[in-house]
Design a protein around this ligand. Structure first.
Ligand code: NAD
Length: 477
């Protein structure tokens, strides 16, 4: 079998490889992917450092052309790349193609942004002096990504890093190297100079840790768990390095008595269970006021009966498998924890056998949960959600905000008053009214507050905050 290698200083390299396994069919090996060493990582950092002076002064048209080419190729290959994504991560084919289209759109967006780089010219407070404020590239950026969005998250970090003139050492998650390899191959063929984008696939404890220990990374943009995010933060203070961290969530979805029941059920089912619940913006706390509670639970239970859990590539599958055995164990452990804490299992909770051996778990809904239970406080990252019954809007808002996280927050209501109040008072980076907590646009800021995020926002033009540094120049006229 071919080994998909690492790209270091413009050369494909690496003989040590690991199998990329399909969670819908564990007998299927998606491919063999290189597993880099600490020395590989140091070489990649050195290559990115050497490439920085030229790339940081490259023309904006060159950057535009490369980013545009990459976006166009990803779009042209959306079905093939979507199928690769579905095979390595387990989300359904339509979800995977949708994510691939989004990756393409992100490259197109930043291809445009490359042509819109601008600064400010302002008067000095002193006579005969001019002041210019410009943005310059940061330097070598370390990019560390999780497994749950194998193509979109790499895209939304790589595209702005290149757009603003940075060079990159990119380390994708071990479970899903395929889409990352494909993006790097596309960009490499699109004409990036050697060393501008280096790919080092491999273990977090080796490749990731070597990046954290390096004094040569000017910034690290990380998406993943809270625990790893904290390691990135601590190591970065020591190196005086800029960081952007996107971490976990325990996102609430409030359902008020006046909600349109079908809107509420569609939004809640999507938020909690689509992409197998493996989204940082997934809602796992459904906070429901008492007047609609029983109708909502009954309608949700009926809805869950209609969702097919099966092979990600099969037509008609609504929910793919859990990503791997370890995540499946976490999910089933939390289901036991929920039962032991006194929550009522209203639907699901069981593993399912399908035609192919995979990590299939029923969508699982608890009712009679409280916000103090571990299943309501800790991120599970699987198809498991709980209904928390509350008296009224005021209690719903208080419970929604009573969490260490603050990524996304949703409400289902027909009341303009409550929707407006919720938008202003939800302690989250993103608020959704009558929409799922997950599912965002590619051209506007993405990120959260409290334990979910640290540093400036990702995506849209707000990405410039992280990927550039500001310079103020004074000139005597
Ligand atoms: P993880 O923290 O285990 O891994 C993330 C990345 O960090 C991987 O590439 C991993 O190899 C690397 N890593 C591991 N140990 C490292 C170390 N010592 N030094 C440097 N890098 C290291 O997270 P995961 O399990 O891949 O992803 C799931 C988590 O990601 C969930 O908590 C989820 O909420 C979060 N997530 C957040 C967002 C967001 O935008 N907020 C988006 C997607 C996923």
């Amino acid at each position: 079998m071919t080994i998909y290698q690492n790209l270091i200083a413009g050369e494909w390299t690496g003989a040590d490889a690991v199998e990329n396994i399909n969670p819908s069919d564990t007998k299927e090996v998606v491919g063999l992917y290189a597993s880099g060493s600490a020395a590989d990582t140091r070489n990649a950092i050195a290559a990115a450092k050497a490439a920085f002076p030229a790339w940081s002064h490259s023309g904006i048209w060159e950057r535009h052309v490369i980013l545009k080419k990459a976006g166009d190729e990803i779009m042209a290959r959306k079905d093939e790349l979507g199928a690769l994504l579905a095979r390595e991560e387990g989300k359904t084919l339509p979800e995977a193609i949708g994510e691939t289209i989004r990756a393409s759109q992100i490259f197109e967006f930043f291809a445009g942004e490359a042509l819109r780089l601008a600064g400010e010219v302002v008067p000095s407070v002193r006579p005969n002096i001019g002041v210019e404020i410009t943005r310059e590239p940061l330097g070598v950026i370390g990019i560390i990504t999780p497994w749950n969005f194998p193509i979109a998250i790499p895209a939304w970090k790589i595209a702005p890093a290149l757009c603003y003139g940075n060079t990159i050492v990119f380390k994708p998650a071990e479970l899903v190297p395929g889409c990352s390899w494909a993006i790097v191959d596309i960009l490499n063929r699109a004409g990036l100079p050697k060393g501008v984008l280096n790919l080092v696939m491999g273990k977090g404890s080796i490749v990731g840790q070597t990046m954290l220990d390096s004094p040569d990374l000017a910034g690290i943009t990380f998406t993943g768990s809270v625990g790893t995010g904290k390691r990135v933060a601590v190591s970065s203070i020591e190196h005086n390095r800029k960081i952007q961290l996107e971490m976990g969530g325990k996102n609430p979805m409030v359902i008020l008595d006046d909600a349109d029941l079908s809107v509420a059920v569609e939004a809640a089912a999507n938020s909690a269970f689509f992409s197998t619940g493996q989204r940082c913006t997934a809602s796992s706390r459904l906070i429901v006021t008492e007047g609609i509670h029983d109708r909502f639970v009954a309608a949700m239970t009926e809805k869950l009966k209609t969702l097919n859990v099966d092979h990600a590539l099969k037509t008609g599958t609504h929910i793919g498998p859990v990503v791997d055995e370890r995540q499946l164990k976490t999910d089933t452990d939390y289901i036991e924890i929920g039962k032991n804490e006194g929550a009522k299992l209203a639907f699901g909770g069981e593993l399912i056998a399908r035609d192919t051996p995979g990590f299939y778990l029923q969508p699982t809904l608890f009712t009679e949960a409280t916000n103090q239970m571990r299943i309501s406080r800790e991120e599970i990252f699987g198809p498991v959600a709980s209904v928390i019954r509350v008296k009224d809007y005021e209690e719903a808002l208080a419970v929604a905000n009573d969490t260490p996280f603050g990524l996304s927050s949703g409400i289902a209501t027909t009341s303009l008053k409550h929707a407006t109040h919720f938008k202003r008072n939800a302690e989250a980076g993103m608020v959704m009214v009558n929409l799922p907590t997950a599912g965002v646009d590619f051209h506007v800021p993405f990120g959260g507050r409290k334990g979910s995020s640290y540093g400036s926002r990702e995506q849209g033009k707000y990405a410039a905050e992280f990927f550039t540094t500001v310079k103020t120049a004074y000139t005597l006229a």
